[in-house]
Design a binder for this molecule. Structure first.
Ligand SMILES: *[C@@H]1O[C@H](CO)[C@@H](O)[C@H](O)[C@H]1NC(C)=O
Ligand SMILES: *[C@@H]1O[C@H](CO)[C@@H](O)[C@H](O)[C@H]1NC(C)=O
Ligand SMILES: *[C@@H]1O[C@H](CO)[C@@H](O)[C@H](O)[C@H]1NC(C)=O
Length: 229
């Protein structure tokens, strides 16, 4: 049934809009193209990822096709905001947050999309599972898209602060080069997408962190309402 509808060119969603089927991907290898790509943030392009996600005002009008696809080894040098999807945030069953490095989706987090809006799904209360088992058991000092606003740490999941040398966490988008207080987030360009490379939180200075190439967000619609025949 689902496969039949996904083979059509346009998918009618509950809010009445027609959505191109090419925006849907089988991200987790389930055999169903059920995840709609709604955002891709790209590292080191010197444009705020938070602004791109929030309102898209710094996203170019013309986006390279590779930025809208899931072949992660194809080059993409802008942010991509699927404004139709983000501006019509309804009937969302799950949200998939992913980190891309070296042509691979290296980390994922799945969130429950029920009763969310496009700014608040990335939170402890909507968390379902992830590549980091200790996200469920350890405390989170920050867990949000706006993150630590005054220092531009976005899509931020932090475990603790205690002076820069003791800061520890899982994921951060360092979204500025001017206003960054700690050595662990200083670099030549921004945004920097830092993630704990193993399966647990780490000290931001001394831990096993890697800098990713891109951050991606997909949504899965509630099956009863997302696909109507
Ligand atoms: C970003 O800014 C840095 C520092 O000004 C510069 O070296 C780099 O080339 C810039 N990168 C892009 C993609 O604009
Ligand atoms: C992804 O892109 C690379 C580089 O262009 C290409 O070699 C590869 O065949 C593509 N993979 C798929 C599954 O399309
Ligand atoms: C998270 O749960 C989803 C099902 O909701 C599953 O498809 C996915 O593989 C799980 N991911 C991880 C990293 O455990």
């Amino acid at each position: 049934m689902e496969i039949r509808f996904f083979s059509l060119l346009l998918l009618p969603l509950a809010f009445g809009a027609l959505v191109p089927a090419e925006q849907f991907f089988d991200v987790l290898g389930t055999g169903l193209k059920e995840w709609r790509l709604v955002f891709r943030g790209t590292a080191y392009i010197n444009k705020s990822m938070y602004v791109a996600y929030k309102d898209g005002s710094n996203v170019p009008a013309v986006i390279h096709d590779a930025c809208r696809k899931t072949n992660w080894s194809q080059p993409c040098d802008t942010h991509y905001r699927n404004s139709d999807a983000l501006n019509h945030w309804s009937n969302i069953m799950e949200v998939l947050f992913g980190i891309v490095e070296g042509g691979k989706l290296v980390k994922t987090i799945v969130f429950n999309g029920a009763n969310t809006d496009y700014m608040n799904w990335f939170s402890e209360s909507h968390y379902i599972n992830s590549s980091w088992p200790d996200l469920r058991t350890e405390p989170h000092q920050f867990f949000g898209i706006s993150g630590h606003d005054s220092v531009n740490r976005r899509f931020f999941i932090n475990h603790n602060y205690n002076g820069c040398p003791n800061d520890a966490g899982w994921v951060a988008v360092v979204d500025s080069i001017n206003n960054v207080p700690c050595d662990w987030e200083k670099d030549e360009a921004f945004p920097i997408i830092k993630y704990a490379a193993a399966e647990k939180f780490e000290n931001w200075n001394t831990g096993n962190f890697r800098n990713a190439d891109a951050l991606v967000v997909f949504v899965k619609y509630s099956s009863g309402s997302s696909i109507v025949g």
